[in-house]
Design a protein around this ligand. Sequence first.
Ligand SMILES: C[S@@+](CC[C@H](N)C(=O)[O-])C[C@H]1O[C@@H](n2cnc3c(N)ncnc32)[C@H](O)[C@@H]1O
Length: 180
Amino acid sequence: MRALKSIVSYPERGEGGNNRYRGNCSPKLIEDLIGYFKPNEICDYMCGSNTTKAAADKCGVISHTYDLHSGFDIMNCEIPERPEFVFWHPPYWDIVLYSDVMYKAADVKAKYGYDPRVLDLSRIPDWSKFVEAMNYAMMKQFAALEKGGRMAVLMGDIKKKGKLILYTDSARIRYDCPKG
Ligand SMILES: C[S@@+](CC[C@H](N)C(=O)[O-])C[C@H]1O[C@@H](n2cnc3c(N)ncnc32)[C@H](O)[C@@H]1O
């Protein structure tokens, strides 16, 4: 087992999930989080190519994984469990589009009855609306946690037209000064 440090790097991605699903993460990060915090169960409400399930299976931990592509919308659906540990890896705003790019919107509509493009966080055109949605999704998952539960967030900052946009700064500003 690798030691979990505040700065991690996985030159070899490892097995599990799908490295062609854009914006996927290394299963080794999730394996290390499981190894460090030792949860009995892990939940992922934006599981993408299901890297979390692969990592959990490898570590012998129960997983509950969901995504907009398989009938779950974080903004409108109830969180079905009281999670002990949440791994959250949301879209990097619109840097990678998911619905109708990584999966067909028509397939989701046929199976689940909604158009995922309307609910997809990666399709929110405005940065401040994206930050608002992210704050809501964050608090919803955090509030669902079991007492003493934990949440790990993998979030990227964004560079657009030579400008670095720090999600953490934007989220804090909106949180501290809701009227500002
Ligand atoms: C960065 S990817 C997760 C990648 C994943 N960790 C992996 O390794 O494959 C973000 C995911 O958020 C999902 N998503 C976007 N908006 C959502 C919403 N409103 N509810 C649930 N999932 C959403 C996308 O479909 C996409 O699969």
